[in-house]
Design a binder for this molecule. Structure first.
Ligand SMILES: Cc1cc2nc3c(=O)[nH]c(=O)nc-3n(C[C@H](O)[C@H](O)[C@H](O)COP(=O)(O)O)c2cc1C
Ligand SMILES: [Fe+2]
Ligand SMILES: [Fe+2]
Length: 400
């Protein structure tokens, strides 16, 4: 049985959900599942905006067969050539041999790299700024390279002013029947996941997201249809402003994320002592994470949100505990910048962790180390309270 919804008079949502998948990209836990959106426009010509993941191919084919109701499919626009959206291209070419696949040069390069079927008769290559008339609807293509991948395009439908935005403005989390943001408790249910999706998946490309946002300034947009998550048709500045902040690596909130890597609980204790002292000074809404317990994507997402972060790590074989090492290298790879950072380390015979963390943080852009980084020898003793108090005092001052 098909499962479609109208998003406007002649445009249908024909996507679906996957609540079984454990990890998106085999990496990111998705406790609330994920959705793959696809949209079908009926006009003098019919046009499908992207396909979906293999997980929901069967439903997807039922959906478009139902909406087309015997009509041919004239165009398949590929805004993003990542497999979670492209699993059904070959199937569509088989079912609709007259179909024209609309993409740019890079799109076609990637189709050939991923798949083995002959699509040479079905190609319609477009360039940035070109348009395609469907009748009453007019599609305008904007290349937005690296708003996840190099081939990514936005497609802007000029009549209804709908932006099909590829992965941009999307989120983890399946749709619960409600396909519009304004029908959901977005702040409560989706926002954290939208930030985790953005920061981990697109976060590295802040500059390219800034360029895409600048391009969008020339267009009036009534609706944003991302490939993941609910559709924006009200209060669009809300998500556009979030993207502006996230892509400028500006914190949304004053606050502290504390992350520790601890085997026996001693540096964990130090981090708890610091958090308690900061709380007593009035710092609110802190987050404390055990690197071995929480998937780094959640920690990265909170580092994106808050202004301050404190890392505490043991020394491990003259290096960093590897969960911490990979977290620091990952935030560096994602181009994280503009945060205030506190550092605490420990060791039993030759502590190295503070030095190594300083090197990594020091090699990043605009990451200010605040408070004097200090070391704990095996476990923190009462005699060190003065050192901790001084650290907390200096750190606290930088928050206000
Ligand atoms: C496999 C392993 C390797 C370690 N390597 C070092 C090291 O190279 N230098 C050092 O000073 N301590 C090293 N340690 C000791 C821990 O860093 C130290 O005991 C730490 O203070 C424990 O803190 P925790 O209670 O927070 O886990 C190592 C411990 C383990 C288990
Ligand atoms: Fe993607
Ligand atoms: Fe995607």
């Amino acid at each position: 049985m098909h499962s479609v919804q109208k998003i406007s008079e002649n445009i249908y949502w024909v996507g679906g959900n996957d609540r079984r998948l454990e990890r998106f990209e085999n990496m990111f836990p998705i406790p609330n599942g994920v959705c793959y959106n696809s949209f079908l426009i009926l006009d003098e010509k019919t046009a499908l905006m992207d396909t979906v993941d293999t997980a929901i191919s069967r439903l997807f084919i039922e959906n478009i067969t139902h909406v087309l109701n015997g009509r041919d499919l004239d165009y398949l626009v590929i805004n993003h050539m990542e497999p979670d959206h492209c699993a059904n291209i070959e199937e569509l070419v088989k079912r609709y041999p007259n179909i024209k696949i609309v993409g740019n040069k890079k799109t076609f390069q990637f189709i050939g790299q991923f798949y083995d079927f002959d699509y040479s008769m079905n190609m319609l290559e477009v360039k940035d700024g070109e348009t395609l008339c469907l009748g009453r609807h007019n599609l305008k293509f904007m290349t937005v390279p690296m708003v996840h991948w190099p081939e990514v395009m936005f497609t802007y439908e000029e009549t209804e002013k709908i932006l099909f935005s590829a992965d941009a403005f999307g989120t983890f989390g399946a749709l619960a029947g409600n396909i519009f943001c304004d029908e959901t408790d977005y702040d409560h249910y989706y926002l954290e996941e939208a930030r985790r999706y953005y920061s981990n998946i697109v976060g590295k490309y802040g500059q390219q997201v800034q360029s895409a946002l600048k391009k969008l300034k020339d267009y009036e947009v009534n609706m944003i249809c991302s490939l993941h998550g609910p559709i924006w048709r009200e209060n669009l500045p809300y998500i556009l402003n979030k993207y502006d902040k996230w892509s400028k690596y500006e914190p949304e909130k004053n606050g502290v994320v504390l992350v520790y890597a601890s085997m026996y609980g001693n540096i964990e204790n130090t981090i708890n002592v610091i958090a308690n002292k900061l709380a007593q000074k009035g710092v609110k809404d802190m987050r404390v994470y055990d690197i071995s317990k929480t998937h780094p994507s959640y920690i990265i997402s909170d580092i994106w949100k808050y202004s301050h972060v404190i890392f505490g790590s043991v020394t491990y074989n003259m290096g960093l505990y590897y969960g911490m090492e990979s977290l620091l290298n990952e935030i560096k790879a994602l181009n994280m910048q503009n945060r205030k950072v506190g550092l605490v380390g420990s060791g039993t015979w030759s502590p190295q962790s503070v030095k190594i963390m300083q090197e990594i943080i020091g090699s990043m852009k605009n990451m200010d180390i605040v408070g004097e980084p200090f070391e704990v020898t095996s476990s923190m003793k009462q005699e060190q309270e003065e050192v901790v108090d001084k650290f907390v005092e200096d750190f606290f001052k930088s928050i206000n």
